[in-house]
Design a protein around this ligand. Structure first.
Ligand SMILES: Nc1ncnc2c1ncn2[C@@H]1O[C@H](COP(=O)(O)OP(=O)(O)O)[C@@H](O)[C@H]1O
Ligand SMILES: [Mg+2]
Length: 452
């Protein structure tokens, strides 16, 4: 039976709903192929050819990436109650547009061939191009990688808190990272312990920060003992950095500032600074002091994504914030070099897409198309073009830079299957699996699925 999810995503009664006794898929958008999957087998027993080997972070539950038609879904085997709770939480987060993985559905009422009930499965969209932090450390040993990941996590935490989301389990294992020009951006992956409030108290926020700090230090120490952390990285310092960055950002976004009536330009300066941090200001709350000598201003910040919204409007490209800034700069340079400053930006942007962006990203070799986002490739090529020009002392054409970049540097985006396997083994090392002794041989249908 398929019920198209009609819940509003926050109703408690749904969580208390009794678990269905027969196979039941609740999904926001139904992919009929979901029905062809071997739900009567524990996830660990699903045949290799259904499973996609992409790096995963450490988890408590069994998590697998599964090919469903031309999509890849993440499946997490978990109690019915938790699956429904997390599904509804992810639906709510999707509505308020914070960076989190997209929920697809909950599969419940599963039974093994022996008739024994099996746990439910939460299905989410596998976030394309995303990497768990361990995969980043396995191949990218820049000393400041840890710092840049922490900065991304601080931005995510601030964004979530601004929306009233209390996470309850902040850690590097519960986020995914996307390359974002020379930085990273972080996306929430595990919402199991989260809750949405209209406003968070300072105590709730501090609790999240404190737990994040403790978890991060532990996770980095773990990397250290596996020789994956550059030796100059100090785990405690990195943990503290999260708290510092968080507070700095939170204050910039929510703090009240006071101005004299003839200092209105300072308000503009503050708004510009918030834009530079990537946040949009929706409205300003202004109050004058009783004696009228000061104006208190508090911006109402809506969300990060200033540059990416602008680029989306101009070109339809939906990319990360720093990537968007880089692309907008290139668009600007294109406008100047073609002497079109007086023309509508929308019109110039269309030509830039056709003449500059698209021909460049079409050159991504097929085997890398699932490894690097087009906007990131474009950014890397711009960096490379700059480096080449500096080295040889004159301008280099973009096609030349593309060729050279592909030949010399693109390799860093590829991961060999052995490295992925060791990350997956590690990811599964802490899983508490109830179905270890489940014997798929007893299942007459298993052989059929295995050959599908
Ligand atoms: N939608 C998804 N896209 C990409 N990776 C995912 C997705 N869902 C889960 N993962 C991967 O699986 C790991 C474990 O998922 P998580 O929800 O944290 O499980 P657990 O509740 O057992 O901790 C994550 O760290 C992430 O690497
Ligand atoms: Mg987790």
């Amino acid at each position: 039976m398929l019920s198209n999810g009609t819940s509003n995503g926050s109703s408690e009664s749904n969580v208390d709903r009794a678990e269905p006794q027969t196979l039941n898929i609740t999904a926001a958008t139904a992919n009929p192929r979901l029905f062809t999957l071997p739900w009567s087998l524990p996830l660990v027993k699903w045949s290799e050819d259904l499973i996609v080997n992409l790096p995963r972070g450490i988890s408590r539950h069994v998590v697998r990436f599964v090919r469903v038609g031309d999509q890849i879904n993440a499946m997490k085997e978990i109690s019915y109650r938790s699956a429904v709770k997390e599904y509804e939480m992810l639906r709510s987060l999707e509505k308020i547009d914070v960076p989190s993985v997209k929920p697809i559905g909950v599969v419940a009422g599963r039974h093994g061939v022996d008739g024994q009930p099996l746990e439910a499965i939460l299905v989410t969209e596998q976030l394309k191009f995303s990497l768990p932090y361990r995969a980043l450390f396995a191949r990218n040993l820049r000393a400041d990688t840890a710092d840049r990941l922490i900065d991304a996590l601080a931005v995510l935490l601030v964004r979530l808190h601004l929306q009233g989301f209390y996470w309850g389990d902040v850690s590097l294992s519960n986020v995914l990272f996307l390359r974002d020009a020379d930085n990273y951006s972080a996306v929430l992956v595990d919402a199991e312990t989260g809750a949405l409030y209209s406003n968070l108290t300072d105590g709730q926020r501090e609790y999240d920060i404190d737990l994040a700090r403790t978890n991060i230090i532990g996770e980095l120490m773990d990397l250290h003992s596996g020789n994956l952390l550059p030796s100059e990285v100090d785990e405690i310092e990195v943990g503290n950095r999260l708290a510092d960055r968080y507070h700095e950002l939170w204050d910039a976004l929510t703090g009240m500032s006071s101005f004299a009536p003839d200092e209105m330009w300072k308000i503009e300066q503050r708004v510009n600074r918030l834009n530079d941090l990537g946040f949009d200001v929706d409205e300003l709350e202004m109050t004058t002091t009783e004696d009228g000598t000061k104006i208190n201003v508090r911006p109402r910040v809506v969300d990060a994504g200033y540059a990416s919204n602008k680029l989306l409007r101009l070109t339809g490209l939906d990319v990360q914030e720093n990537q968007a800034r880089r692309l907008l700069n290139d668009l600007d340079a294109y406008r100047t070099s073609t002497w079109r400053q007086g023309e509508e930006l929308e019109v110039v942007a269309t030509d830039w897409m056709r003449e500059v962006f698209e021909p460049t990203v079409r050159r991504i070799p097929p085997e890398y198309r699932s490894q690097i986002e087009p906007a990131q490739f474009f950014h890397e090529v711009l960096n490379h073009r700059q480096e080449m020009a500096e080295k040889i002392g004159h301008d280099v054409s973009t096609p030349e830079a593309v060729e050279d970049y592909i030949e010399t540097n693109l390799g860093e985006y590829k991961m060999d299957s052995q490295a992925i396997q060791s990350i997956l083994d590690e990811a599964d090392s802490g899983v508490m699996d109830d179905y270890d002794d489940y014997n798929a041989e007893d299942d007459p249908d298993a052989a059929v699925w295995a050959t599908e």
